[in-house]
Design a protein around this ligand. Structure first.
Ligand SMILES: [Zn+2]
Length: 477
């Protein structure tokens, strides 16, 4: 079929920016904080707002889906069974706004100034969700139809760990069936540094507890004569890395797919600003596994970190004790082809095998998540690259992200589709932090790229989008 004329679509979009902004602002006034039970009604209102907006945008079917937790939104517009079907994923819940005193404007009272819109949820993830609705409106207004079949799944629990998402996918598997998924919960490298994410790291989370005496003991009467849990834990944790900052758990790297010279050259070509990254973090110098760049350390290398540690006396002044117990939280970020379940058990066994003598050590695995990796030559990745290039005037960098988005691995795994991660957030949009914002120019370019993405994907026959190689069935083990 003939695809819609992008310049006519752009004209329509330019004429409707004010309406888009008004809609986004209304939605951002709803504090859809999924982590806080006090906001449960707000998350529901946010879902209802979006379902109504999707219906008004031209989805004949748009409904709120119950999940056992916060509701999701599903919308569908089926044009022609001969066309490809794309499933779009985004989320409508937001992070808590705390600490409130650090916001220069109220988090749920959106302010537009200096080319940006400031509010909690502006960048993560409401702009990405509405970008898709706006692209639907443009296609329908100009052409009267979409160039493909479109399904929208917008989750309400992403910011609190997606506890019901796997069940939701299982319960609605046939309704969610698609040839490819477009995930819109990621960003780019900069306003003039377009990017598509083709990889996410997996993760494992552990809790370690070390117990010693039945109660805190006097450090004068008992010190030196009984094992101290905090000392034992500190030694155990200190042994997790070697002098090169490599993880010292035997077998940890066994299945890591080492990037070859060509991939390392491609990684080096990504316009990642290491200085800005370090200064944003407020650290004076880079640190990490020897032999790798900062960008490689946070994308293609696995990690093992201590996220928290507690034990003993931490109040004012001195209290002379041998603490009874202590503990720590650990997380790992995993890369292809590491198996999260195997790594979880490997590290658990390692900690128990080296447990300090005279103390009781317990290790629990709290969660695991798979990594995601898309083939750079997948037709949907190529289509998204062309769509972005047409708007930004240069092809996007294909980047791997250090973080994990568990719903993406679930979608890839359960629906057996390749996932293209297509979002317009920027590194300094302050995701999850006070004074979150989106840049209006980025939003408007994102909508333009989305209308083109649908032209591009709609021109590809459904069979060509489905995963054909193991490497494209993109979730990790
Ligand atoms: Zn998000």
């Amino acid at each position: 079929m003939a695809t819609a004329d992008p310049t006519a679509l752009d004209r329509w979009l330019d004429g409707h920016q004010r309406e888009l902004l008004r809609e986004l602002t209304s939605w951002l006034r709803i504090p859809s904080v999924s982590a806080d039970p006090a906001h449960a009604d707000d998350v529901r209102r946010s879902a209802e707002f979006l379902a109504a907006a999707a219906r008004a945008a031209g989805f004949p079917r748009a409904e709120v889906w119950e999940t056992g937790g916060h509701p999701a939104v599903f919308a569908e517009r089926l044009e022609d069974p001969a066309l490809s079907t794309v499933l779009v994923y985004a989320h409508h819940d937001v992070q808590p706004a705390d600490p409130l005193e650090e916001w220069t404007t109220p988090p749920f009272d959106p302010v537009v100034a200096d080319g940006e819109l400031r509010a909690r949820g502006a960048a993560d993830d409401k702009q990405n969700a509405l970008m898709h609705l706006e692209a639907v409106r443009a296609h329908l207004a100009v052409e009267g139809r979409l160039p493909l079949n479109l399904k929208l799944l917008v989750e309400g629990e992403e910011e609190s760990g997606s506890p019901h998402f796997d069940t939701l996918l299982r319960d609605h598997r046939s309704e969610l069936a698609a040839d490819v998924a477009v995930i819109s919960d990621t960003g780019m490298l900069g306003p003039e540094a377009p990017a598509l994410t083709i990889g996410l790291r997996g993760m494992v989370y552990w809790e370690v507890r070390v117990a010693g005496p039945v109660r805190d003991l006097h450090s004068g009467l008992y010190g030196g004569a009984v094992a101290n849990p905090v000392v034992g834990l500190a030694e155990l944790l200190a042994g997790l890395h070697d002098a090169d900052r490599r993880v010292a758990v035997p077998g940890f790297y066994d299945r890591v797919r080492e990037p070859g010279p060509a991939e390392r050259r491609a990684l080096a070509a990504v316009p990642f600003d290491t200085e800005a990254f370090l200064s944003d973090a407020g650290v004076p110098a880079p640190a990490g596994e020897a032999g790798w760049t900062t960008y490689e350390r946070r994308t293609v290398r696995p990690t093992l970190d201590i996220c928290g540690i507690w034990g003993g006396y931490t109040g004012a002044g001195a209290k002379t004790i041998i603490p009874a117990r202590c503990g720590a939280k650990l997380s790992a970020r995993l890369v292809p082809d590491q198996d999260p379940g195997a790594i979880a058990e490997l590290v658990r066994r390692h900690l128990l095998d080296r447990a300090p003598v005279g103390l009781t050590t317990e290790v629990d695995v709290l969660s695991t998540g798979r990594w995601v990796s898309a083939a750079t030559d997948h037709p949907a990745v190529q289509a998204a690259s062309r769509a972005v290039a047409q708007v930004w005037g240069r092809p996007p960098s294909l980047v791997r992200e250090g973080g994990s988005i568990p719903p993406v691995a679930s979608i890839a795994d359960q629906l057996q589709v390749a996932c293209v991660l297509f979002g317009v957030g920027l590194p300094d949009d302050r995701f999850h932090a006070p004074n979150e914002r989106l840049r209006l120019e980025q939003l408007h370019r994102g909508v333009r790229a989305t209308v083109r993405l649908w032209n591009e994907l709609g021109a590809i026959p459904p069979g060509a989008l489905r995963p054909t190689r193991a490497a494209e069935a993109v979730a990790g083990p």
